[in-house]
Structures are given as structure tokens and as C-alpha cells.
Ligand binder design. Structure first.
Ligand SMILES: [Zn+2]
Ligand SMILES: [Zn+2]
Length: 317
């Protein structure tokens, strides 16, 4: 399996794996679903089985939802040590983001934007693991116990873990508060809220933070991410989000593919499709600059937010 199609920790994706290896609890081998092929690992002819896989937080090899221990490193995928491993990855992600925001390093922040939802995935996985552990936490390590209790009690308010009040002030003290207040007001007037998914709110929140604090390129990139999430959800709701044999895992479908689906099924009027393509192109020009780096202005960032929200309003009308 090539590196690019590996899920991140906590993220679950659908892949086709060798049925024999799956059955025999050997490490998972990804095979091509459409043809009968010889499995590289067990050397048998196989057509493969579609399963949801993620990676082991200890050794990064593939695991399935049904595995109670890792197929490769044989560590338990439950209990104290497992929760510790997940928590460590989660904290590392949060810290990375924090450092980047603190260092005002917008370029590295942008690179991270692409994989930002990982932190959300790990948190989800942690909560899942906690619910499997049952109502009484049998954890000996007092530090781990306290951290896990915090996560269990916390009601989806990422903000609490991510940035506390004090940090918020001191991270951004290089900005003029008057500007922040103005932009906060501008943004507040734009909010739509019809989606159920937490990743949707996560994106809206990231856009809010980036815009308010003057990270206009990041704002544009997050607008594209929000569009992707919004379109995928809207298609799912209409029963139009289909699995494609050739697409190895579902969420791989990119914004361009989602927009094509919207066009073919007349989900979005032409005017909005054009707006969506322009948001997509703006974000792409930042991530893959052609000759010179692009710097979007406050006005451009705000108009991108407006376009994005108008598309979402049209979708969720
Ligand atoms: Zn095999
Ligand atoms: Zn492992």
C-alpha cells in the first residue's frame, strides 16, 4: 500500500484487502478490488474484501474495527496503554497547531490545513475508545485518568482544549484589537448553521479564527475545505454520494469531483457552481503557487467567505 492512501490515526477509510490475510489475522494487504490478483503477502489468488481500516497508534500499520490487538505489533487496541497512545498523538497535533499560530508562520500553517481534521479524528477515536471502556475508567495512571475524564466530560467544545482565554489574548497581541472587533462583527453577520456534522463547525470556526486574526490566505484555504465538507454532506443527504469502485476510499473524492456530481444532478444552479470553482481555484493558487507567492487581501478573503456561505445557503435551503 502506498503512503498516500494510508489513513491517519483515528481516521477510518474503506479499502479492499486480501480476504485470506484478513481472516487469518495476518497484517492487512491492500489489493485491487476489480481483478482477481495474487496477494503479495500470502501469495494466494484473491478478489478481496472491503473493510474499514485505520492505523495502529503504536506502529502505524493497518488495523480493522474488529481487531482487539494490532496485527503487526500485537499491542492491545484497548485499555490504558492504547488510550495513552491516542492521547499523545492528539496532544501532539494540538501543540503543533498552537506553535504554528504562535509563531505566525502562515506558510507552515497552510500546509497543516490540509491535514487539520486529523486532530478531530483522533479526538473522535478517543471518545469512541472511552465509550468502549465503559462508564468506570479503570486507569491507574493519575495523569492519564485526569486527561481522559476531561475529554469524556467535555461537550464537543474544542475551543476549551485548543485555546484558553489567556492564550487567545497573548497569541494575537500583535494585532490591533479594533481590527479584530470589526472583522468579528463582519463575520458574525455571515454565519449559517444548518449542518449537523462537527467537522462542518470545525471548519467554520477555523475560518472565523483565521479571518479575525488577519490570516487571509488561510481563510481562503479553509473556505475550500468548508465547501468540500458542505457539498459532501449535501450530496449524502440527497442520496447522491455514491461509492466508486475505482476510488479506493470514499472521502478521497475531491472538490472538483463533488462539483461535477452537483452539476450532473442539478444540485446547484450555474451561478453557484461558478462561485464554487472560483473558491477552489483561489485556494489552489495558494497551495500550489505557480511563479510568485499569492497574498490575499482582507477584502478578497471576506468576499471568498461570502461566496462560500452563499453556496452553502443555496445547498441547505
Ligand atoms: Zn493475503
Ligand atoms: Zn501496531
Amino acid at each position: 500500500m502506498s503512503e498516500e492512501i494510508k489513513p491517519s490515526i483515528g481516521e477510518w477509510i474503506e479499502v479492499t484487502v486480501c480476504s485470506f490475510c484478513l481472516e487469518s489475522r495476518r497484517s492487512l494487504e491492500v489489493v485491487n478490488s476489480s481483478n482477481q490478483t495474487k496477494c503479495r503477502s500470502c501469495k494466494k489468488d484473491t478478489r478481496g474484501t472491503i473493510v474499514k481500516v485505520s492505523v495502529c497508534p503504536f506502529c502505524y500499520n493497518l488495523i480493522t474495527k474488529f481487531d482487539t490487538e494490532c496485527r503487526s505489533c500485537r499491542k492491545l487496541l484497548k485499555g490504558e496503554e492504547y488510550l495513552w497512545a491516542l492521547l499523545k498523538h492528539y496532544k501532539a497535533k494540538i501543540n503543533e497547531i498552537r506553535q504554528l499560530v504562535k509563531g505566525k508562520d502562515e506558510d507552515r500553517l497552510l500546509r497543516l490545513v490540509e491535514e487539520l481534521s486529523q486532530e478531530e479524528e483522533i479526538l473522535k477515536e478517543l471518545k469512541d475508545a472511552l465509550s468502549r471502556e465503559g462508564p468506570v475508567l479503570k486507569i491507574n495512571d493519575p495523569v492519564l485518568k485526569k486527561e481522559l475524564q476531561k475529554i469524556r466530560e467535555e461537550e464537543t467544545s474544542r475551543e476549551d482544549i485548543d485555546f484558553d482565554e489567556e492564550d487567545e489574548v497573548d497569541i494575537f497581541d500583535w494585532l490591533d484589537p479594533k481590527d479584530i472587533i470589526y472583522r468579528e462583527r463582519e463575520f458574525g453577520a455571515l454565519i449559517v448553521g444548518q449542518s449537523t456534522s462537527s467537522i462542518f463547525y470545525h471548519c467554520v470556526n477555523e475560518i472565523r479564527k483565521c479571518y479575525i486574526h488577519g490570516l487571509f490566505n488561510a481563510t481562503v484555504v479553509f473556505c475550500r475545505a468548508l465547501l468540500e465538507v458542505g457539498l459532501r454532506e449535501a450530496l449524502k443527504k440527497r442520496g447522491l454520494y455514491k461509492t466508486n469502485e475505482k476510488v479506493i476510499y470514499l472521502d478521497e473524492r475531491n472538490l472538483e469531483g463533488l462539483l461535477r456530481e452537483c452539476k450532473d444532478n442539478k444540485v446547484l444552479p450555474r451561478k453557484f457552481l461558478e462561485k464554487a470553482h472560483s473558491v477552489r481555484k483561489k485556494a489552489n493558487s495558494i497551495i500550489h503557487p505557480k511563479d510568485k507567492p499569492i497574498k490575499y487581501s482582507e477584502e478578497e478573503a471576506l468576499s471568498t467567505i461570502k461566496d462560500t456561505f452563499s453556496i452553502l445557503e443555496e445547498l441547505y435551503r
